[in-house]
Design a binder for this molecule. Structure first.
Ligand code: DQQ
Length: 509
């Protein structure tokens, strides 16, 4: 039996009790859920959040992830490491739980985020286990993991620090030793990432904070609390620079928002001198984690969160999606370039090209340009229009629609979800805007991936935005373009239907 309102209420209001009462939703229900993605990786069912320890080893990509296997809204204390494998980062096979809840000790309170490294050929996971940082090893297929006998390998933060959190180890090797960053924060002040060193991944020496946030970095003046913890730090070389990524939550009154900023700079003598900064995701992506792929490219994965009510999420029986693989490179201007993995093109179906035309007002495209499982690449030549961009998931009368566009005067990208669903509880959130400038003589290139409730947009290879929408109408499939306050030229638009990566929306072979 699947959960019902009655079983939900019978368990009382305690979330823990509710979790125990749930069973996995039937595959058929998930297969028929039109909000469930078809070509993004996600858990079999129930709750999913951060990507953990993505690693390429001996011809196979391994993705671990925070999974709540028993309930669509699982509290941190019941999260485990799920596991899936892939040969191409596009098609996935679900594997058994890699690291489950332990009956006693700190890992009975949850197995949280971390990393996997290959230590002399041995896959080794470092992760936060309820309290402290823990270690486990496996053989090449990473199916069965053995916990280190004296976990936690790192029990507590450096003495004397008043921290708001201390978790999510990111680990890498340098010529002399292993290094690790642990996400942390100075209470009521700012996030930080603490740097450690080890000869063997088991004994760790604290060095210093690699970087620390500032109150001024908060994006909104009304933030009164939050952003005092950097979750899920990640750190890696890119060209002749290094990049630090962290995930931050802020709490304006009555709501919250998240950011995944990056800091780019020179890393010398285990200190990072920050030169440039930016955002890895303008939207709803979080807890980004990177890895090297078989070709040596730096691949970034994010968790794309739900944006509908808890009630709707519980009824759906699943929550959370992993982003498409995103390739990070260093741009000549010192900023981060972020693009979808080119090999995603193996999913493309028959190609449609829309002829160039001038756009004024809203313009719907024809019937061969519609769907909720699409890739779309549009280039706009700026003209007189003040705002222009794409209309996605539009009903024929436009009462449901999602807009992503550029405001030329304000020099901002914006994402308007206010009409994305007739269900107001699923269309919440104001228009999101972030600074972005289309240069003189430059076109705006919007590369969009639509996958049921998931929207991922890449703009000119230097900005990325994820969102979730839940249109109520089954005919909210239309594509269009818009221009206000003048004209824009749609130079080209290429559209491909995307092939599902499994037959049943379970995303597993
Ligand atoms: N989620 C994990 C934490 C991390 C947070 C627990 C970020 O380790 O800080 O599921 O989403």
């Amino acid at each position: 039996m699947r959960h019902t309102r009655r079983t939900f209420l019978a368990t009382g209001s305690s979330l823990a009790a509710t979790v125990r009462a749930q069973t996995l939703p039937a595959a058929a229900e998930l297969a028929n859920d039109r909000h469930r993605p078809q070509y993004h990786f996600l858990a079999r069912a129930n709750w999913m959040n951060d990507p953990n320890g993505p690693v390429y080893h001996k011809g196979t990509y391994h993705m671990f992830f925070q999974w709540g296997p028993d309930h669509p809204v699982t509290p941190p204390s019941q999260r485990v490491w799920g596991h899936a494998t892939s040969k191409d980062m596009v098609h996935w096979k679900h594997q058994p739980i890699a690291l489950g809840i332990e009956p006693t000790g700190p890992e009975s309170r949850g197995v949280w985020s971390g990393s996997v490294v290959i230590d002399n050929g041995v896959p080794t996971a470092l992760y936060t286990g309820g309290a402290g940082q823990h270690l486990a090893t496996s053989d090449d297929d990473m199916i069965v993991w053995k916990r280190h006998s004296s976990n936690p390998v790192l029990k507590s933060p450096p003495p004397g620090m008043q921290l708001s959190g201390w978790r999510d180890p990111a680990v890498w090797k340098e010529s002399d030793a292993w290094y690790m960053l642990i996400g942390a924060g100075y209470k009521e002040k700012s996030g930080t990432a603490l740097l450690y060193r080890s000869p063997d991944l088991r004994t760790w020496e604290y060095l210093h904070p690699l970087a620390t946030g500032t109150v001024e970095e908060r994006l909104r003046p009304d933030i009164t609390r939050g952003e005092d913890m950097w979750e899920c730090p990640d750190f890696f070389p890119l060209g002749d620079r290094h990049v630090l990524i962290a995930s931050l939550i802020g709490f304006p009154p009555d709501s919250y928002y998240t950011r995944v900023p990056y800091w780019m700079g020179k890393y010398e003598n285990h200190r990072l001198t920050i030169e440039r900064r930016g955002e890895t995701d303008f939207g709803w992506g979080y807890a980004s984690k990177t890895q090297l792929d078989a070709k040596g490219r730096r691949i970034c994965w994010s968790w794309i969160r739900e944006r509908r009510s808890r009630e709707a999420t519980v009824a759906a029986g699943w929550a959370g999606v992993t982003s498409l693989p995103r390739v990070l490179t260093l741009r000549p201007d010192g900023l981060l370039a972020i693009e979808p993995l080119p090999e995603l093109s193996i999913l493309r179906g028959s190609h449609t090209r829309v002829r160039a035309f001038d756009v004024q007002g809203d313009r719907k495209l024809g019937d061969n340009a519609r769907g909720d499982c699409l890739e779309l690449l549009a280039e706009f030549e700026p003209k007189s229009a003040g705002q222009y961009g794409l209309i996605l998931r539009s009903s024929p009368d436009g009462e449901e629609q999602y807009r992503v566009g550029y405001d030329a005067a304000a020099k901002r990208l914006f994402f308007d979800r206010t009409r994305s669903s007739l269900d107001k509880s699923a269309a919440g959130g104001s228009v999101q805007q972030r600074p972005f400038a289309v240069g003189k003589g430059e076109r705006l290139r919007l590369h969009a991936f639509i996958d049921a409730s998931v929207i991922e947009i890449f703009a000119n290879g230097r900005a990325c935005m994820s969102d979730r929408i839940y249109p109520t109408r089954t005919d909210s499939l239309g594509i269009g373009v818009f221009a206000t306050g003048g004209k824009v030229r749609l130079h080209s638009m290429d559209i491909w239907p995307m092939k599902p990566i499994s037959r049943d929306r379970l995303t597993s072979a």
